[in-house]
Ligand binder design. Sequence first.
Ligand SMILES: [Zn+2]
Length: 136
Amino acid sequence: MDTTKPAKPVPHPTPLSAPYWDGARQGKLMLQRCAACGKTRHYPQMLCSACYSTQVKWIEASQRGTIHSWTITHHAFHPAFADELPYTLVTVDLEEGVRALGRYNSTQLLKLGLPVRLRFENDAHGTPGLIVEPEV
Ligand SMILES: [Zn+2]
């Protein structure tokens, strides 16, 4: 093992975000849905942006959506990612009406509106990250 390579940052779940990370470790994308008005939100937040309720239930997302935008990363924002360059980050409009960020894993040409599926993949340290691939 190369001990000179910096470690990747790891998530530190809080009571607010723990259901998201628990789901991710099981391969499920969990979203918050307001228990008062029904608005879905992502990432985990304390209050509903529509009605300011703190009441929430968690739903399992379909993990399907369409490409909203992307960027190709040529410079690592953290040194632990330097040997993975270049990589493509995409934002996906999920079927549930919220947007999620993930890493694109395909040689298929990207285009706006491309139907995609999301799945979690663990890195070498067991941290789940969202992988985005074209719908087959
Ligand atoms: Zn609400």
